[in-house]
Design a protein around this ligand. Sequence first.
Ligand code: ZN
Length: 502
Amino acid sequence: MSYPSVDAALKALRDLEAKISAYNHALGVLSLDAATAAPKDTAEGRGRTMGVLSQVVYDLLANSNNAALAEHLEAHKEALDPAARRELQLFRREFQKLSRIPAKEYVDYQILVNDAQAVWEDAKNQNDFQRFLPYLEKIVEANRRFAGYYDPQKAPYDALLNEYEPGLTMQTLDRFFDQLRAAIVPLIAKIKAAPAIDDGFLFRHYPKADQERLSDRLMEILGIDRSHCGIAETEHPFTTEFNTKDVRITTHYYEDNLVSSLYSVIHEGGHALYELGGNPAYDGTFLAGGVSMGIHESQSRFYENLIGRSKPFLTYLFPILREYFPRQLADVTADEFYRAVNKAQPSLIRTEADELTYCMHIMVRYELEKRLISGELAPKEVPQAWNRLYKEYLGLDVPDDRQGCLQDSHWAGGAIGYFPSYALGSAYGAQMLSCIERDVPDLWNRVEQGDLSPVTAWLGSHIHRYGSLYEPKELFERACGPFDPDSYTRYLTEKYTALYQL
Ligand code: ZN
């Protein structure tokens, strides 16, 4: 392949991007259908179709003609504008990575993680780690191998981390988690000695139909345009994006729990705002969509915790909740509600953890992943090591693997190196909040009026609109300066000291 001009090469790249994006769109719709609407026994045909489409995406990207295209554009790099240069960088990165993975290994791995997810679900339901073990062994082994394909220069676990957060290293994380542990562990100990907060009223009967109406109201408060963002119910809440005009979120309703869905909607709403706020010109290119999991979680956890669990926001929200649930909340005050949704207590399940103890759950997984990938820890030793760390970090005895190492789907899905982005995102968010407070002096008055527009405007102009234009580190530094976990530890310390009067 040769190209008569830079423009011709750029057009070839854009055509390729449009094709890949179209197939991914179709794959995304199929996944969404599987999780939301498809009847139970329909996986077989869908699996076949998805296999074919995935193969097409692989062939489009791993195509040997792409080497010439990348080379041509690289040779004429100075003729490209900065956005096109970044597009080229992302294209080359994906192409080189995929070209290094032998086609058979790639396909085998897709089949492996597909099978593993079904096995994991059974194993979790039956509390049977041994059933999942052979899959975990193969997934760890494959990830150790893939790390070498992704980036042979890097330590294998660093290469895996970079799949979710480009530029992140164990060195950064070790320091970050040490600092976090030093702040959080004493707080948890002090809270344990303080009088417990009563949150019993959150677990009264909250009919699903009323919770659904509340979700609509929350979407309105978040400022999400429903003509561009759907909401459905699934087992586990998630967000999926097709382009800046079409994003879908999901939640899960529990009739004996008011806040599970409430905070899922706000969390996924934060992901949705990030995607909806992207530059439409990037749709269908490698520049589209959130740049990394860490930045994505910084947005979702921002709305969920920094706003959604703040006193000003709950001062606004509580009377609205009472409109929907007048009987259930008749004897509750706004202050009691604020305290209840911020109750901190070491617990076994990550997804149900409070804002303070959440990162301890991440640290357990981080420690285990590091050791699994370095080979220090064998997959068969995971349950014991898991339980030991829960005792050490959270002071808890894990009664069974169902509530222990089998609780999350990430490893079954092949996602090793993903977990740290949740903690990193929380810390990114806290630092962004300091910047917003500086730039918007009446921020909290506005939030107390239910006006989130200054928040979304700030995040929109500093983060959302850039899509994947910058590496996460650069994006963050342009918005907030160098990353400093101090904002986060200070935020947690101040919030929980006041809440529990420590
Ligand atoms: Zn999330």
